[in-house]
Ligand binder design. Structure first.
Ligand code: SAM
Length: 298
């Protein structure tokens, strides 16, 4: 291996680059995002641009691509040149976590949260570690109505490892039900659109991939600070197979557990014996509100 090749592969380790080359699959991903004609679309992690091409075919007004790996710049610039008469392709080389959506979407008029979704779409086939981490950050932004959600209920079409996609949409009592399911369902309508077999990627990952649509809810099930909700969910799911009471009690100082644990379940009108994965998203919302009330009281 030449020095240069070594530097490249070392520098880009961790980007988990598995590419989709089949146009039927890339256009199916874009189709699952719904109507995007004349919209402003942001594609996260375009790589060599196969999903990008499918997005361009659907004629958005503007496409912003945010790619961390600068080696894709020449390919993306070729695409930019090829479509310049039809639409604007804005290439941003950098980490999506640092991207300023409010600047990128500056010319889009803001919609009221209770209105239709704004003419903006986020689409991405990211490495699994990035997409799971990103969705938590984005749920926080949704709860605070900032970043891409300062414009209204911006929908997302993202890929996850198939099992993570199943967790995101898992209803109460489903074997995949976990903290991520409840957090996503507090703020979004979630749909697992379809599964892409691992063999469709190059190189082939060890897992299959799920395409998920997340559309922010007009009325989120909780309207409490994100950090508080996250803390409650982390504690309750810490003991997934035990009665929910066990995890909830850990939210309180030792000397108050006996008193406040049962009180919280009475306030939340929820069965303390149920295991966390058996509780509905509404019951979890009531647990968060009850915790908030007890924090104010004590
Ligand atoms: N979209 C292409 C496709 O489907 O063939 C590439 C998919 S590949 C799984 C993920 C892409 O995301 C890579 O091009 C990688 O460099 C890029 N990427 C990884 N982490 C990123 C980040 N934090 N911000 C932006 N792009 C990232």
């Amino acid at each position: 291996m030449s020095d240069c090749a070594y530097i490249c592969s070392r520098d880009f380790i961790g980007l988990s680059q598995n590419f989709l080359l089949d146009e039927r699959i890339t256009s199916k991903i874009v189709k699952s995002a719904g109507y995007i004609k004349d919209h402003v679309v942001c594609e996260v992690g375009p790589g060599p641009g196969s999903i990008t091409r499918s997005i361009i075919h659907r004629a958005p007004k503007k496409l912003i691509v945010v790619e961390k790996d600068p080696r894709f710049l020449p390919t993306l610039e070729l695409l930019q040149e090829a479509c310049q008469e039809r639409m604007e392709l804005d290439i941003q080389i950098g980490d999506i976590r640092d991207y300023n959506f409010e600047m990128g979407f500056a010319n889009v008029s803001k919609m009221d949260w209770h209105d239709e979704c704004p003419p903006i779409n986020l689409i991405g086939n990211l490495p699994f570690n990035v997409s799971t981490n990103l969705i938590i950050r984005w749920l926080k932004s949704i709860s605070e109505k900032n970043s891409a959600w300062a414009f209204g209920r911006t929908p997302m079409t993202l890929t996850f490892q198939k099992e993570v996609a199943e967790r995101i949409v898992a209803p109460a009592s489903h074997k995949q039900r976990c903290r991520l399911s409840v957090m996503c369902q507090f703020w979004c309508d979630v749909q697992h659109k379809f599964t892409i077999p691992g063999r469709a990627f190059l190189p082939k990952p060890d897992v299959d991939v799920g395409v998920v649509n997340l559309v922010p809810l007009k009325d989120p099930l909780v309207k409490l600070p994100f950090s508080m909700v996250e803390k409650v969910m982390r504690n309750v799911f810490n003991m997934r197979q035990k009665a929910s009471r066990r995890g909830v009690e850990c939210l309180f100082p030792v000397e108050l557990r006996q008193e406040l644990g049962p009180k919280l379940f009475v306030l939340a009108d929820t069965d303390y014996r149920a295991r966390p994965f058996e509780l509905s998203t509404e019951e979890f919302a009531r647990i968060c509100y009850a915790y908030n009330l007890l924090c104010e009281e004590y």
